[in-house]
Design a protein around this ligand. Sequence first.
Ligand code: FNR
Length: 386
Amino acid sequence: FSVAACYSIDDLRRLARHRLPRSIFDFYDGGAEDESTLQENRAAFGRHRLAPRALVDVAAASTAASLFGQPLGLPMAVGPTGALAFGWRDADLHLARAAASHGIPFTLSSSGTASIEAVAKASSGRLWFQAYVLRNRDFFWKMIERADHAGFEALVITVDLPVGGKRERDFHNQFSVPFRITRRNALDFARHPRWTLDLLRRGIPVFENLRGLELAALSATEIASSVGRSYDPAFDWDRLAEVRARWPRKLIVKGISRGDDARRLVGLGCDAIVVSNHGGRQLDGAVATLDALPEVVQAVAGRLPVLLDGGIRRGTDVAKALALGATAVLLGRATLFGVAAGGAAGAMKALDILRDEFLRTLQLCGAASPQGLTADLLRHRFTPKE
Ligand code: FNR
């Protein structure tokens, strides 16, 4: 079983599960509490069916799109995911390069395991930096300045995480960052000797961009979700306005589920909105992102690009999100599983699969380009009577 034998994102997920200790895989795969939002994000795609247009010339169909006036090879971006190097050495850099070679942006997480500068050096593509707002304001502004100096195109502020979600798989597995070896997870690692030897040889990954920040006060359960007391639950609209005033380039706000919030963000001068519930890792019971999308699209009324993430695993998922009004989608676990399954080759494979599926979907739908994905293509699934 290797990357070459993977034909879908689900295959890459299975390969990652096979390779990784359970505690690491579960940290990537899991969600909060009952994981109902995690499942709903996927289920929402299943409720929408496509009614393809027949007899359209799609011989020259193209996946090309644009965002902020710049071309995109695909209407996608790699979204921020923390702790990637637990899956594969230099995973952040591999994903950044794979994104650049597909002509799409890579978002470095502030809980990333590569530094802002290392990513800027490794990739010639479009780069976004995601930040949680920290209690330590000096540290926060310095981090933002570094992203500015490194030439990052956009700052992504994640707003669905005033406190960490309750991720119970991590509690059961005693998974924590900073990483600790306990009797329980030692057994888990012993079952994955190759992964464990590699990790010991290269050293345990750390949050490169949070180096120097006091992380010591975190309790095990807070660290377990990679989110600690260093993140500021008092962050609000006024402080976001301050970020807007100080960050000179594109500002993207990630973690929106409501039309009223979206409307307010337009007024605040942000440049794009990401409809997201953090992949079901925060508020369990939150509305599926695909279900929240129409309300946000309507509120924004074309004044800003609306992006979506959560549950994107197939080219058809991307098509459905675009048909409901998204400009592009962010990839979370799809590319994370790719890089965790096979490093650079796995990162490329995940994007190759999504590009191939998305192009095929365009052609099968009778759409010559992403702009051809309009609401008339969608039907609700018929539910047979009991
Ligand atoms: C995330 N996500 C995330 N978001 C963010 O803004 N900053 C971060 O550091 C992280 N870290 C992170 C780690 C892991 C392991 C996962 C799975 C997710 C959320 C991410 O950006 C995105 O919103 C979701 O992953 C989208 O859902 P899917 O596509 O994974 O289902």
